[in-house]
Ligand binder design. Structure first.
Ligand code: HEM
Ligand code: MG
Length: 231
C-alpha cells in the first residue's frame, strides 16, 4: 500500500503542521518531505480531506515564500518564524521559548483536555483553547507576536482540525481523531475516520471561523497591515 502509515525517519523533513506531516507519513506527499510544489499540496489535501482549492492555494503559495528554491519547498522550511509559523501554537512551543517545529505533549495538553465531559471538540472549545494558548504566551513570552495576521492563521488552523477530522458543517470533531492527527500525524482510518463528503471550501471554513472568533475573546497586542494573499 503506497499510502500505508510510516512514521518519519530521522532523515525525513517535517513541518510545524500536523496536516502536512500526516500527508507525508502516508505517502500522499514525498515521505522525505523534500521538493514539494504548490500543486502537490493542493492535490493531496483535496484527495485525502476533500479540501477546496480556494481554501488551500493561497496558504500553499504563501508557504512557498519560506523556501529559497523558486517553486518547491521542504517541509521544515515552514518553521520560518512570522511567515506562517506563529506564537501561541496549539502543539508547538513559541520560537523564543524552544522548539517551534516538533509536537510537544505539554503544549498540546490544553487542547487535549478541552471540552471536558464529552468526546468531541467544537468551535466553542476551539475558541476557548485559542484564548488560553494566547494567555500562556502573553505570560511566558516577552517576544510574543500577536497581530491580526497571527490570529487569522491560528483561527484557520483550528477550523482545519475541526473540519478535516469531524463534520465541516457543524464543526464537531471526535477527540480521538484530533488527538491522533496531532500526536501521531496519522489518519485515524482504523478508528473509523472518513474523508468529508462535503467539499471544505473557504466559505465552509469561514463559517466555522466566525464562531471560533466569537469564543476566543481575542485582542491584538500589536497592529499590522492587511495582508493581500490573492486576486
Ligand atoms: C499549523 C502550514 C494546511 C492543520 C501550521 C503551521 C504551518 C502550516 C507553517 C505552523 C503554525 C504554527 O506556528 O503553529 C500549512 C500549509 C498548508 C496547511 C502551507 C497548506 C497549504 C493544513 C491543513 C490542515 C492543517 C489542510 C488540516 C489537516 C494545521 C494545524 C496547525 C497547523 C491544526 C496548528 C498546529 C499548532 O498550532 O500546533 N500549518 N498548513 N494545515 N496546520 Fe497547517
Ligand atoms: Mg508556532
Amino acid at each position: 500500500d503506497p499510502h500505508a502509515f510510516i512514521p518519519a525517519k530521522s532523515t525525513d523533513l517535517r513541518a510545524p503542521c500536523p496536516g502536512l506531516n500526516t500527508l507525508a507519513n502516508h505517502g500522499y506527499l514525498p515521505r522525505d518531505g523534500r521538493n514539494i510544489t504548490v500543486p502537490m499540496i493542493v492535490q493531496s489535501f483535496e484527495e485525502v480531506f476533500n479540501l477546496g482549492v480556494d481554501a488551500l492555494q493561497p496558504f500553499a503559495k504563501f508557504g512557498l515564500l519560506s523556501s529559497a528554491a523558486p517553486d518547491t519547498l521542504n517541509l521544515d522550511d515552514l518553521v520560518e518564524h512570522s511567515l506562517i509559523e506563529h506564537d501561541a501554537s496549539l502543539s508547538r512551543l513559541d520560537t523564543a521559548l524552544g522548539d517551534s517545529l516538533h509536537f510537544n505533549e505539554q503544549q498540546f495538553s490544553t487542547l487535549a483536555n478541552s471540552n471536558p465531559g464529552v468526546d468531541y471538540y467544537n468551535t466553542t472549545s476551539a475558541g476557548q483553547v485559542q484564548f488560553e494558548m494566547l494567555a500562556q504566551s502573553i505570560r511566558l513570552n516577552p517576544n510574543l507576536t500577536n497581530t491580526p495576521k497571527e490570529f487569522k492563521i491560528r483561527t484557520r488552523e483550528s477550523a482545519f482540525y475541526l473540519s478535516t477530522m469531524g463534520d465541516p458543517l457543524t464543526g464537531i470533531a471526535p477527540k480521538n481523531f484530533v488527538q491522533i492527527l496531532f500526536r501521531e500525524e496519522r489518519l485515524p482510518i482504523a478508528e473509523g475516520w472518513k474523508k468529508s463528503t462535503t467539499v471544505i471550501t473557504a466559505a465552509v471554513l469561514g463559517a466555522l471561523q466566525n464562531v471560533i472568533v466569537a469564543n476566543s475573546n481575542w485582542t491584538a497586542t500589536q497592529a499590522c497591515e492587511t495582508e493581500i494573499l490573492g486576486p
